[in-house]
Design a protein around this ligand. Structure first.
Ligand code: SF4
Length: 117
């Protein structure tokens, strides 16, 4: 089976053609660099994504946050739900960890902006 993907590794967005057998990429073409091949192989066998969203303070002030690394694609909604249940205490600095283990993925969540109270 053949899958067509668009690489998300950089703004070039190379069109990838992936030959798939038994849920594994056996060949990748259309990539300009190794990142595209790695992306295609992961996307076929175990897709992952970084999650960017906001967490709230007790006063309802949104604080931009992002996972420190990627989480399995099928865990994204659980990760977002866990972040939404987490209350951030101001002040925060960029890179402050607001959650150690989002939805039991082993991936932390960090603030992506500094905010004072
Ligand atoms: S294959 Fe490389 S050059 Fe092409 S979109 Fe992906 S990262 Fe960018």
């Amino acid at each position: 089976m053949t899958r067509e993907l668009t690489c998300i590794g950089c703004p070039m967005g190379c069109a990838l053609t992936v030959e798939v057998e038994n849920n594994e990429a056996v060949s990748v073409t259309g990539n300009t660099c190794k990142i595209g091949e790695n992306y295609a192989r992961t996307e076929i066998s175990a897709p992952v994504r970084a999650v960017t969203t906001t967490a709230l303070t007790a006063e309802g002030i949104p604080v931009p946050v992002k996972t420190v690394g990627s989480v399995p694609k099928d865990k994204i909604f659980e990760v977002v739900a866990h972040i939404k249940r987490t209350t951030v205490t101001l002040p925060v600095k960029v890179g402050d960890i607001i959650l150690d283990n989002a939805a039991d993925t082993g991936v932390a969540v960090a603030a992506t902006a500094s905010m004072d109270n």
